[in-house]
Design a protein around this ligand. Sequence first.
Ligand code: PEP
Length: 251
Amino acid sequence: MTIPLVIGNWKMNMLASEACDLARSLVDRLSAVEGVVIAPPFTSLYPVSQIIKGSSLGLAGQNFHFESKGAYTGEVSLKMLKDVGCGYALIGHSERRQLFGETDETVNKKVHLAMQMGITAVVCVGETGEQRKAGETLSVIETQLSGGLAGLSGESIAHLAIAYEPVWAIGTGLNATPEQAVDIHKFIRKFLFERQGFSEKMGARILYGGSVTPENCAELLREEEINGALVGGASLNFESFYAIIKSSLEP
Ligand code: PEP
């Protein structure tokens, strides 16, 4: 059985001391639980890495540049993320796509780099509300997947997770229903195995993200198709994030 993956995306929130406090609470209560990852802002990565050292908590970068070094003022490389202890990196979050010009091409470059460096890439895909209303959901996701995952080999799935995050659900309090999420997860899984040539035996972790809360997580996470959650707002508070993690561990 695939261990569920629950990732807390802290976005541009919390000072380093606050991030460390939250990380400390998580370590205290979850030190031996596999499959929990936190993605603090860059400035908190190193101090948080010192707190979670020796625990089972994983660390993720929220973004990185696809070049390994050079004159890219304001950017951070994947090698730098790895250096401070990241084993995971979010790639193509809709906020990066909408606000910072991330494209399927740059997603693809980043995914290849993550594979080369043994970092688990968490590739985010999802449609806007307008695209859903226009009946374009599947074609949008197909385009994001085929562009973002172009040229990846079958074995690379072991170092990959896909997060289905409908844009209309992110930070809106309006989560996808389990049925809506399952439909898209099935579509993604089929794409990965049939079009991408990934080995079915190795499984594929497909997470759901978009207004996951302690109130709605159980009904989403009990679906076999949903292998975990990417959590934004509710991961900023210990009690709500802990409740979601606990729910992911229930059979
Ligand atoms: C996200 O940013 O990936 C996210 C899912 O945010 P929220 O849980 O706040 O909707």
